[in-house]
Design a protein around this ligand. Structure first.
Ligand SMILES: Cc1cc2nc3c(=O)[nH]c(=O)nc-3n(C[C@H](O)[C@H](O)[C@H](O)COP(=O)(O)OP(=O)(O)OC[C@H]3O[C@@H](n4cnc5c(N)ncnc54)[C@H](O)[C@@H]3O)c2cc1C
Ligand SMILES: NC(=O)c1ccc[n+]([C@@H]2O[C@H](COP(=O)([O-])OP(=O)(O)OC[C@H]3O[C@@H](n4cnc5c(N)ncnc54)[C@H](O)[C@@H]3O)[C@@H](O)[C@H]2O)c1
Length: 503
């Protein structure tokens, strides 16, 4: 059995840990069962946002008439956009080539599973197996679509975000598309294909689109989607799928009235949520605890319940965003590979994880929704400002009372006037949210244990100290410890620190 100082499972955000270990000259094993770069680069944030940006331009050009700009016919050149998309996705190959050049890194292309507490069997793509163990093991294995049990679905065939950016990538936009699920994935693809000319229907289980957003954001997006011709069916149970006349027919039932309906389309995209990729890892051979959904439980230092094993990103179930996975990976790099004494370790906080759904318009938030704040017992105040209330918003064409006049909604603690949550829907919401993320992240914070039962000796020692950590709003380091939604233009400003240090 070959021994390593560091084993990394998955090449998404965990690459940040690999890079830090590399700088320390550690002996490293990197294990990847798919394309290097993980979900974000190959089938998530990056390719979807290439599509979304093109779709946004179509909508903006169509809407420019409201400010007196007439552009004539506008359409999406699918081939051109697809070439740009695959050029970016294929940068995946460069990640493997990069790690290949280091003699202290071994790359294993295959699927890892635990054979013992800190040992792994890797089933390699060539059919052989490798056995390795490590002093420090980092699990960044991510998640995948949670396919529902739906009569006839397997026989009819379907798309997921994985296959859409894989073997089923469309040569042209579909004529018609049914999307099962009205979360971020369903809504972003609905926007893309609707703008590309596809007849889109969303069949959503919840009574709202984007149910994790504030209720006012959901209803605004619903109104916009309907105005663009997207057929949205809320509060539905999916019943069955069959093929008829070469088309896929989905039958669904209203959860309140019981009324059944059917809709047909060229394709069906399944986007009902995700589940962690823990099943492949055989965690039963380890001391790693999972929650009732199968996610690995981690504490504020990303420790698992097993000694010397950490988990980050989607697999710990805390918030499935790339910026949150990067944040955790940077914490691990800082704590374990920068020579920092434990007293200066960073710890993870999840109160200020931002989220942006890249629909048209964009929906962005940080912190609590109105409902969450009330449920947590806050006496709240709400402050709302519309785009049309600012000179720039008016110049974009928004008049007071317009149905698509977006807004910022702040949820405030009435007694302290602290911001509990900020919610924005409208142009460039992904950029406009950044000041609120930064404001809410700054200041002094007392260490708050997460999963107190997970406690290495160092963690036990740290939890006994009266530790507070201050994010100084004037410090350049605060910029890199504050999350920024990925991928947003705010990264141009917020990532300045990295370039500042390189120069
Ligand atoms: C369609 C879509 C759009 C998205 N858009 C956004 C967005 O705009 N912004 C945003 O912040 N987030 C977005 N996300 C979510 C984001 O992609 C994820 O939160 C992020 O990529 C998770 O990173 P990770 O490192 O935890 O896992 P991943 O990037 O999924 O990496 C895990 C890696 O581990 C490998 N692996 C898994 N199991 C094993 C094993 N047993 N052995 C070896 N290798 C293994 C996998 O092949 C994979 O490469 C999107 C997701 C999807 C699906
Ligand atoms: N811009 C972004 O940051 C971005 C974009 C895409 C995905 N993501 C992340 O990826 C994760 C997965 O996205 P998602 O949209 O699949 O998940 P989700 O869990 O957020 O939304 C899935 C939706 O599908 C509905 N649903 C579940 N089962 C259904 C069924 N059988 N029939 C109809 N509807 C059903 C649910 O009511 C839910 O609203 C998200 O949690 C999100 O954080 C982020």
């Amino acid at each position: 059995m070959k021994h390593y100082d560091v084993i990394i499972i998955g090449t998404g955000a965990a690459n940040i840990v690999a890079d830090a270990a590399l700088l320390q000259g550690q002996r490293i094993a990197i294990i990847e069962k798919g394309r290097f770069g993980g979900t974000c680069l190959n089938r998530g944030c990056i390719p979807t946002k290439l599509m979304v940006t093109a779709a946004n331009r179509i909508r903006e050009i169509q809407e420019a008439e409201r400010i007196g700009v007439h552009a004539g016919d506008v359409h999406l050149d699918w081939d051109f956009m697809s070439r740009r998309l695959w050029k970016k996705v294929n940068e995946s190959i460069g990640i493997k080539t990069y790690y290949d050049q280091y003699p202290n890194i071994d790359i294993y292309e295959g699927t890892a599973s635990f054979s013992g507490k800190k040992s792994l069997t890797i089933t390699l793509h060539d059919g052989t197996e490798a056995e390795i163990d490590g002093s420090k093991i980092f699990i960044g294995a991510g998640a995948r679509t949670n396919i529902p049990i739906l009569t006839g679905l397997e026989e009819a065939g379907y798309l997921t975000s994985e296959t859409l950016f894989g073997e089923k990538y469309p040569a042209q936009p579909y004529n018609s598309l049914i999307i099962v699920g009205g979360g971020p994935i369903g809504c972003e693809f609905a926007h893309v294909f609707n703008a590309a000319g596809t007849k889109v229907t969303i069949v959503q289980h919840n009574i709202r689109l984007l149910p994790k957003e504030d209720v006012d954001i959901s209803s605004f997006l619903l109104r916009q989607f309907v105005s663009y011709g997207i057929d949205v069916r809320l509060n539905q149970d999916t019943v069955s799928v069959h093929i008829d006349g070469g088309e896929k027919v989905l039958t669904f039932r209203n959860r309140t009235t019981g009324e059944e309906s059917s809709i047909r389309a060229q394709e069906i995209l399944i986007a009902p949520g995700i589940k962690p990729l823990t099943d492949l890892l055989h965690l039963e051979n380890t001391d790693i605890q999972t929650d009732n959904r199968g996610y690995i439980t981690t504490n504020e230092f990303l420790e698992t319940s097993a000694d010397g094993i950490w988990a980050l990103g989607d697999i710990n179930g805390l918030a499935p965003f790339r910026h949150k996975a990067n944040y955790e990976s940077e914490i691990l790099a800082h704590n374990l590979f920068s020579g920092n004494p434990p007293q200066s370790w960073r710890w993870a906080r999840y109160e200020t994880v931002p989220a942006v759904t890249y629909t048209y318009p964009e929906a962005a938030h940080v912190g609590l929704t109105e409902d969450q704040a009330r449920k947590e017992g806050y006496e709240i105040e709400i402050a709302i400002n519309h785009y049309s209330d600012s000179a720039k918003g008016y110049s974009l064409g928004y008049e007071p009372g317009d149905s698509d006049d977006g807004f910022v909604k702040l949820i405030l603690d009435k007694s302290t006037k602290h911001i509990l949550g900020a919610h924005i829907i409208g142009p460039e919401a992904s950029i406009l949210i950044q000041p609120f993320i930064t404001l809410m992240s700054c200041g002094s914070h007392v260490i708050r244990p997460i999963h107190e039962e997970i406690a290495s000796p160092t963690t036990q020692m740290l939890r006994k100290l009266p530790l507070t950590r201050t994010l100084d709003p004037r410090s350049v380091y605060t910029i890199s410890e504050t999350m920024t939604p990925h991928p947003s233009l705010s990264e141009v400003t917020m990532w300045t620190r990295y370039y500042y240090e390189k120069k």
